[in-house]
Design a binder for this molecule. Structure first.
Ligand SMILES: C[S@@+](CC[C@H](N)C(=O)[O-])C[C@H]1O[C@@H](n2cnc3c(N)ncnc32)[C@H](O)[C@@H]1O
Length: 221
């Protein structure tokens, strides 16, 4: 008999394939293993909300993977995930794009320790986790900066400005009414001749009802 989880995994495989992102069986099993580890760690650490009805595999893992449907990560691309918490969106994307290099940072040491343990258990080689605040990270630069549910866009743009290579992008998963946030980020950039030059907002509710009022926000240099 097919389990609910098999159905969710198959949905992820199918919806990603429709957008040209092919996930192999090994990667689908790694996503499931990550879901199990995250659920187990969440019993003692506050990594993701426990109140939500939609399954973790869809609500958090598929949600993170959606970034990869709009931005195809390249081999050798260097990516930073700011405020990763329990590894979102960095770990699902590192599974989907094994030739891209991901650094996960978070201000909370316990969350980074949990990420390190999960990365090791799944056996991922292209992702590392470091306890660090975005504003204090120095001496490194990235093609792409990611963030999910961390800070107002204006602040994320301020962090990304110093961490992005020329031409790089900041890609965030955000919810709610974002017009004012975007206006403030663009206003700040214009006054300082800084990042970003433009921002686009992509709705994602057509993938699942639980993504209602949620968006992928892409800020470009
Ligand atoms: C609401 S949680 C989101 C975690 C994860 N991105 C997710 O989607 O589940 C926000 C996280 O951002 C981290 N954080 C907030 N500001 C930060 C900063 N300036 N630098 C690094 N981490 C930060 C917090 O410690 C927290 O783990």
């Amino acid at each position: 008999m097919e389990s609910v989880r098999d159905n969710n995994t198959e949905r992820i495989r199918q919806q990603c394939a429709e957008k040209g992102l092919l996930l192999h069986d090994v990667q689908l099993r790694q996503l499931e293993e990550y879901a199990d580890l995250l659920e187990s760690k969440n019993k003692t650490l506050n990594l993701v909300s426990r109140k939500e009805k939609a399954p973790l595999l869809i609500r958090h893992i598929f949600h993170s993977l959606l970034i990869g449907l709009y931005h195809r990560f390249k081999p050798g691309e260097k990516v930073l995930d700011i405020g990763t918490g329990g590894g979102l969106p960095g770990i699902p994307l590192a599974i989907a794009f094994p030739e891209t290099s991901f650094l996960l940072i978070d201000a909370t040491g316990k969350k980074i320790n949990a990420c390190r343990e999960m990365i090791q258990r799944i056996g991922l080689k292209n992702v590392h986790a470091k306890k660090e605040r975005a504003e204090e990270l120095k001496g490194v630069a990235f093609h792409t900066v990611l963030s999910r549910q961390v800070a107002p866009l204006r602040n994320l743009c301020r962090y990304a400005e110093k961490l992005l290579l020329p031409g790089g992008s900041l890609i965030c998963l955000k919810g709610g009414y974002l017009e004012k946030e975007i206006e403030e980020a663009l206003d700040r950039a214009q006054k300082n001749n800084g990042f970003p030059a433009d921002v686009s907002l992509l709705p994602i509710d057509h993938f699942d009802a639980c993504f209602e009022n949620k968006y992928i926000v892409i800020a470009n240099s």
